[in-house]
Structures are given as C-alpha cells and as structure tokens.
Design a protein around this ligand. Sequence first.
Ligand SMILES: NC(=O)c1ccc[n+]([C@@H]2O[C@H](COP(=O)([O-])OP(=O)(O)OC[C@H]3O[C@@H](n4cnc5c(N)ncnc54)[C@H](OP(=O)(O)O)[C@@H]3O)[C@@H](O)[C@H]2O)c1
Length: 349
Amino acid sequence: MNKIKVGILGATGMVGQRFIQLLDGHPWFEITELAASERSAGKNYEDSVGDRWKLETVIPEKVRRLPVKECRPGLDCRIVFSALDADVAGPVEEEFARAGYAVSSNSRNHRMDADVPLLVPEVNEGHLDVIEKQKKKHGNNGFIVTNPNCSTIGLVLGIAPLHQKFTIKKIMVTTMQALSGAGYPGVASLDILDNVIPFIGGEEAKMESETLKILGSLKNGAFVFADMKVSASCNRVHVKDGHMECVSVAFEKKPAPGDIISAWESFNPLKQYSLPFSPPAPIVVMKNEKRPQPRFDREIGKGMTCSVGRLRECPVLDYKFVLLSHNTIRGAAGAAILNAELLNVKGLL
Ligand SMILES: NC(=O)c1ccc[n+]([C@@H]2O[C@H](COP(=O)([O-])OP(=O)(O)OC[C@H]3O[C@@H](n4cnc5c(N)ncnc54)[C@H](OP(=O)(O)O)[C@@H]3O)[C@@H](O)[C@H]2O)c1
C-alpha cells in the first residue's frame, strides 16, 4: 500500500518532535516534509533541531537528513500536522487549507471556528460533517480539523461516557499540568522547582469553552453547545509529562457508582475502525486508590489512554474522581494523528 504523504509544521518544537517520534513506522502515513520558522529553515532536520531535541528516543533515521523548509504551501504532502506556535498558526493553517491541504492542528487558533471540527474521535465523530462547508468555501479538498487543548482532552474523555448516559449539568475541575505543556524552554527551573504555579494563561477559558463545543451537537450545519456549566482551575506542577485533573460532576439524575464504572469500562466507540493510534481502551479504571499517577500511568495505551480513579461521592456535586492523560501524546501529537486516521477511514482525505 502506498503511504499517505504528511508534513509537519512546527517540526522543531516540543509537539513537532512528538509527531516525528510517533509517526516513525506509521502503517498509513509517511513524513515527507518538515517545516518551521525561517530561523530553522535551510538546514537538515538534525542540524536544525540540534540540542533542542528533548525526547528520550533518537531522531528517526528517515527524518535526520530531511530539509527543514519554511511554512508555505508547495510542500509535497496531502496532510499537514500543525504544531505551530499559536502566534503564527492561524493564518498559516488557513493558507494551507485554502491551497487544498488537509490540516490537522494542535493550535488553539481555529478550534472554536464555526466550520471547524474540534475533534475527539471517540466522542464527536459526527462533527466531521461540517468539513464539507470548508471544502466548498475553498473550492478544493482543503480543510482544517483541530484537536482540543491538552487539559480539555483528558477531561472530555473522562466525562463523555458519563454525559452520554446520564447527562452532566455541572463540572468543577482542578488541573495539575506537566511542564512539557508549556513548550520549550517553558517555565524557568527556579520558578517551578519546589513549587506550584496557580496560573496558566488562557487555559481555564479554553477548558470551559472547548468542552461545550465537543460535547455539543451539529444541527443543520451549526454547532449547538452542550447545556452544562464548567468551572476550571489550572495549575502548573513539577512533573515532566502527564496532566492530572481532579473532577467533580453533577448529573441531571444521579446514577449509582457501579453505573459510572461500567459506562467508563464499556466505552470503546472506535473499535470498529481498527485505527493504528486508537488504544485498546480509551479509558482505564484504576482500582488502587493511589492511582493514577503521572510517572507510572501516562504511557498506558502508548500514551493514548486516559486513566481514571478514586471515584467517590462528592458532598457538593454528585461524584468526584481523578483522571490522567499524556499531554503531548493524547493531548497533542497523538490526538492529531488519531484525527487524521479517522479522516482517512471516513474517506475525507
Ligand atoms: N506542549 C503541549 O503539551 C501542547 C499540547 C497541546 C497543544 N499545544 C499547542 O501546540 C503548538 C506547539 O506547541 P509546542 O509546545 O510544541 O511549542 P514550541 O516548542 O514552542 O514549538 C513551536 C514551533 O513553532 C515554530 N514557529 C514559531 N514561530 C514561527 C514562525 N514565525 N513561523 C513558522 N514557525 C514558527 C517553531 O519553529 P522554530 O523552532 O524554528 O522557532 C517551533 O517549531 C502550540 O500552539 C501549543 O499551544 C501544545
């Protein structure tokens, strides 16, 4: 089978590096193009990224010598994965979509656009129907699909099976977010060692709005947001990878704890498609009351599984629990790859 050619915009950054690592040996996709800012362009990838490569695996052989180009259409690929800095991602992604590329983006710029799916394949596959609008607008096969913010995606995976069965009305969530979520060089060591920073710019608003779009519906070509209230408090903690979240929820009609567990354990909507990046279980329920923990549990399902635990009664809302998801895999590069795999099996590429 001929592989689909893919490019990576922002290939030198934290998320760009994850794309390169995760796409190595992908059965359907092959990296043919790498692009970043003009600071990085004009050299081969290995020389360009230099000691900014921060993953524990080496740069894949096939990618080392690929030239880094500037982020302009003309790249030889069908899909571009965007890991661009949000300061530049908006217009660059639009330019690629207008030029006929499928853009699978991590950046926040187009997530809330009226004709752009904010996709979590297990949750809102039906939102892909809105892509037709973009294709019509561009007069070609170009479009943008986005994945949510890294803390939103864990939350949505944890609550979607419960919302689908029992209707959630209120969510209170407090995050403990990993350092890699801030990109490189990120937070200065003297600010975060022995410390917790109770502010991540824009993060709370993203969790509160993106969740409603993802859990909402698409009616007559327009998004109808979910009818629930979300309150988020976001903190940066001294952990390398893996966002933890303490979640309290109130339901329209309170289910029994066993119903919640079975809703989580039976949740596997993508099973029919056999997508390479779809984990055996999108949600794993941990029985040990000291789990999940970032260091031990973030790699479950190759970083694509959300683990939940400590389900108990909440004296204020109905129930509370803890969840964990890998922020640069399930929350970024892995999410965008899974989105592209779904696009492929749905014939949208
Ligand atoms: N880290 C996470 O956990 C995470 C999770 C979800 C979403 N995101 C989002 O994903 C995106 C990338 O995040 P990151 O953490 O990988 O950031 P990062 O490490 O700072 O990397 C940013 C990338 O954007 C490129 N870039 C910057 N200015 C550019 C310009 N003017 N033209 C072209 N390319 C330019 C950089 O290229 P140079 O190296 O050449 O400067 C680099 O490749 C952001 O929008 C972020 O919000 C991140």
